[in-house]
Write a new protein. Structure first.
Ligand SMILES: C[S@@+](CC[C@H](N)C(=O)[O-])C[C@H]1O[C@@H](n2cnc3c(N)ncnc32)[C@H](O)[C@@H]1O
Length: 415
């Protein structure tokens, strides 16, 4: 193999990095492609030590951003659409905050290009500042990380010491409850924390992973057409724990079916969309075709014999005990023509075959929900124990294991 031209590569990269116009004129996709190529290159050359040191202080940014949000710094800079600039002392006065604290926060955030500085030393809003508001993925992720997730992870070593390294498996008594001093499961706790609750639902509604991918890349259109041709049910699809109706919406985009009866279920608070400013249950342009039903999946499923039941990103939030109850209720409502589609992260049973993002998601499930991302084998045995059968595993080769679709039917009764 030819030896790499090390000096040439270094010079090309240095030149590109020092070009002031490297992002000028690029579309968002081009910018993202370039960013991903740089990330890949970094990953090729960094050592585990480099990676550790690079990521070790990452938690500080969301916490300082949350502080800046709570103090009202972003509100001040976004009071109107004009470009805003302020001296540190003005920010301090207008937010009624210690000037030295403001100075230190601004100095930190400026290093991340989240504000600009004028030649006179005034802090000036830039495109990041102007775009950083509720309803955008970045803002809501900061609220969730700082208010919900980071306190749990900071408690993790102490929790395991206290419990003698016992795996959290109880939805009402795990690391999350220990860190937040509560005995409520996460979704009940969220109901008492407006900022985090709204952020959670915004993040769910905004997450792109389900937009069209499930329907377009996993299951072929013909699969649905065959399924509906063979069924006799008047209900086409029940989206259980469906949140804002994203999955149903993507389904309708992919398969405009004017006759279909589509049901969106979630807990009543979510379904009634009482969360102000959160685009819950708006279900976009197809709203009129989607029936909304307040229903807890821990109660018997009221819709019987639907062609399809969907559980998208639901089961991974629950330990086996609760997962089995959810599955049992759906099994009891299915008939021999019904199919259950479970969209979740489904790991390979082989160690070393799981990408970083999925392994991270598993850690979040353990810490926050006392649950886990399951392997195919684990799913298979859960399903079997409640009279269900895994018929096919649909994977998107471009999407790792993060979202896999499990096609599940009722186990045939022996005559
Ligand atoms: C991680 S979100 C997934 C939402 C959606 N299926 C998706 O893929 O975007 C989990 C959903 O389960 C809902 N949920 C939590 N507890 C529930 C319950 N007891 N009954 C019904 N839905 C519930 C939450 O409100 C939330 O919308």
């Amino acid at each position: 193999m030819a030896k790499m031209d090390y000096p040439g590569l270094l010079s090309t990269l240095s030149q590109a990095a020092s070009s002031p116009s490297i992002q000028t004129g690029l579309t968002r996709t081009e910018q993202q492609n370039l960013y991903q190529a740089c990330a890949k290159l970094s990953a090729c050359v960094e050592t585990p030590q480099d990676r550790l040191l690079k990521g070790s202080f990452d938690f500080i940014l969301p916490t300082i951003l949350r502080l800046a949000i709570d103090i009202g710094i972003f509100t001040l800079f976004n009071e109107d659409d004009s470009v805003q600039e302020f001296d540190v002392s003005e920010i301090a006065t207008r937010t009624k905050t210690d000037q030295v604290l403001i100075y230190r926060i601004m100095r930190f955030l400026i290093t991340f290009d989240m504000f600009d500085v004028t030649p006179e030393g005034r802090c000036k809003a830039n495109t990041f500042t102007k775009s950083f508001r509720s309803g955008t993925g970045a803002y809501d992720t900061v609220i969730l990380l700082s208010g919900l997730t980071l306190p749990v992870f900071s408690r993790l070593p102490a929790y395991f010491q206290k419990t003698g390294n016992t795996l959290p498996e109880n939805a009402k008594m795990g690391l999350f409850q220990d860190a937040h001093d509560t005995d409520l499961p996460v979704y009940d706790w969220l109901n008492h924390r407006k900022a985090e609750r709204d952020a959670f639902h915004q993040v769910m509604a905004a997450s792109e992973s389900l937009n069209d991918s499930v329907w377009a890349h996993y299951l072929p259109q013909n699969w649905f057409l065959d399924k509906f041709a063979s069924g006799s049910s008047d209900v086409t699809l029940v989206d259980v724990g469906g949140n804002s109706g994203k999955v149903l919406n993507a389904f309708l985009h992919r398969l405009p079916t004017p006759q279909a009866r589509l049901i969106l279920q979630d807990i009543p608070d979510v379904i009634q969309g009482e969360y102000k400013d959160v685009p819950l249950c708006r279900t976009h342009e197809n709203a009129s075709q989607i029936e909304k039903m307040g229903h807890s999946f821990f109660d018997p499923q009221p819709v019987h014999g639907a062609s399809l039941y969907v559980l998208s990103r639901v089961i991974h939030n629950w330990p086996d005990k609760e997962a089995l109850i959810i599955l049992q209720h759906i099994q009891a409502a299915m008939n021999d023509q019904s199919t259950l589609l479970i969209c979740d992260c489904v790991f390979s049973d082989q160690l070393g075959k799981v990408p970083y993002t999925d392994a991270t998601s598993d850690m979040i499930m353990m810490a926050v929900f006392s649950s886990l991302e399951r392997s195919e084998g684990h799913f298979r045995s859960l399903l079997e124990s409640v009279g269900l059968e895994l018929q096919k595993v649909w994977r998107d080769p471009l999407n790792g294991t993060l979202l896999t679709v499990l096609e599940v039917v009722r186990k045939k009764q022996l005559a």
